[in-house]
Design a protein. Structure first.
Length: 272
């Protein structure tokens, strides 16, 4: 009996270690663990080695992901502090984490237009205020039922037809990880989304925050998680790169230190 117990423990340890090693998460500290959502942290040891890295590993068999925003009037979205979103959502819809999302146009004022298209619950909220980056746009599309029988996230190049497809009720548009003009050389806050397609029936979604990171460092971080160029999207960064979970609030640097700016659109991981 003792040998069986020991053997079972060894098998369980091996399975856990194999899964962690496959995504290099053995290098991270697990700082929050909910069914379907693990949040990991480590110092940024890439490139300049500044700041910290937070990784959300999301299994949508067990949690849901929602695209939410501030109050909307026409093309203008209201902005709010990360702490305000968290205080409302963690009590109201059982949010497990809240992250920044879409690029937006104006840092000043209480409202702003979003730069690129956004669709939530089947409704196109905006087609975007920016005419730029037409060839660099990528989208994260959420399909309600994938091979697993559950919702999953897919990353693809942006097109109007894909964005408007009834197959994807929720879509957020960002930029290719190599897009220029986003201070790629600077160590500032960065938020990337990636999808690991190694298990095609149940793709695992990652939201990765670097509090101080260059664009190339974020690509390397994603690569080490098993996510490659065609499966990653760059979202808004600098001081907009923000994350809340439990009692923890993470704010990205705008180059001179953490920024606590208000943001208009968020990604929320919730209990099912």
């Amino acid at each position: 009996m003792i040998k069986k117990i020991i053997l079972s423990a060894l098998v369980a340890t091996t399975l856990f270690t194999t899964q962690a090693n496959a995504n290099n998460l053995h290098e991270y500290d697990l700082v929050s663990n909910q069914a379907g959502l693990g949040i990991y942290k480590k110092d940024n040891d890439y490139g300049l080695g500044l700041g910290e890295i937070y990784v959300q590993r999301i299994n949508m068999k067990h949690v849901d992901v929602k695209l939410m925003n501030g109050n909307k009037s026409g093309e203008y979205f209201g902005k709010a502090l990360l702490s305000s979103y968290w205080n409302i959502l963690s009590g109201g819809i059982n949010a497990l984490s809240v992250s920044n999302g879409a690029f937006f146009e104006s840092l000043s004022g209480s409202t702003t237009k979003l730069s690129f298209p956004l669709k939530a619950n089947g409704t196109v909220l905006t087609t975007g205020a920016s005419n730029g980056y037409q060839n660099d746009r990528k989208m994260v599309a959420f399909k309600d039922k994938c091979a697993s029988g559950y919702k999953c996230a897919l990353v693809m190049n942006y097109s109007d037809s894909r964005f408007n497809s009834n197959s994807y009720q929720n879509v957020i548009v960002g930029l290719d990880a190599y897009a220029e003009g986003k201070s790629g050389w600077a160590s500032i806050g960065r938020t990337f989304i990636g999808v690991d397609h190694s298990n095609s029936s149940n793709p695992i979604m990652y939201i990765v925050h670097g509090t101080q990171a260059r664009q190339s460092e974020m690509r390397s971080i994603m690569n080490d998680l098993g996510i490659y160029d065609d499966a990653m999207v760059m979202l808004d960064g600098s001081g907009s790169s923000q994350l809340a979970f439990g009692n923890t609030k993470v704010y990205g640097s705008k180059g001179t230190g953490p920024d606590y700016r208000k943001i208009p659109q968020i990604i929320v991981v919730t209990k099912k």
